[in-house]
Write a protein that binds this ligand. Structure first.
Ligand code: IMP
Ligand code: MG
Length: 174
């Protein structure tokens, strides 16, 4: 069986949208600084690109979580593999994710981070599959809503492959 990746969103489309999002978020946070929290590994590519386009002061921290669950379904009970380096007290936090699928991971993560006394907490995602939502999450910024297809690239992987593609694609098997 061989795999092919079909382009869903081109590099130009993704870059253009991230520039628009960076400008919008910068306007919304005018006069403040944004503390970006990257959810590893997938969120790293998006956070780098987004943070370069922000015009307000930005600080960055990284967190790695995994969701307990069977097979491909996340359970929403998350395990922290790497915690943040910095406390969140009084900070305007922006969680940066690659994709919101069932919403279980982010909803649990948000509850956890709210208890660390940030001034505010918002969510920014590169991709959203709203049709897959099981757990409600308040996503403040979305670059693209996509249909229920398994996508790779721009940080997203299939079996640790394809993360470094500069576009978003769908894996096809033949
Ligand atoms: P959920 O929202 O808790 O279901 O989990 C979201 C996580 O599942 C994301 O952070 C990704 O790591 C992974 N994921 C969901 N859909 C895809 C996809 O289409 N491609 C690659 N990873 C995905
Ligand atoms: Mg992820």
């Amino acid at each position: 069986m061989s795999e092919k990746v079909r382009v869903l969103l081109s590099e130009e489309e993704v870059d253009q949208k991230i520039s628009e999002l960076g400008a919008k978020i910068s306007r919304d946070y005018e006069g403040k600084s944004v503390h970006m929290i990257c959810i590893l590994k997938g969120g790293a590519w998006f956070m780098c690109e987004l943070s370069k386009r922000m015009t307000v002061p930005v600080s960055c921290d990284f967190m790695s979580v995994s969701s307990y669950g069977s097979g491909t379904e996340s359970s929403g009970v998350i395990k922290i593999n790497k915690d943040l380096d910095e406390p969140l007290d009084g900070k305007d936090v922006l969680i940066v994710e690659d994709i919101v699928d069932s919403g279980r991971t982010l909803s649990h993560l948000c509850d956890l981070l709210k208890h660390r006394n940030p001034a505010s907490i918002r969510i920014c995602t590169l991709l959203d599959k709203p049709s897959r939502r099981v757990k409600a999450v308040n996503v403040d910024y979305t670059a693209f809503q996509i249909p229920d297809e398994f996508v790779v690239g721009y940080g997203l992987d299939y079996d640790q492959k394809y993360r470094t593609l500069p576009y978003i694609g769908v894996v096809e098997f033949d």
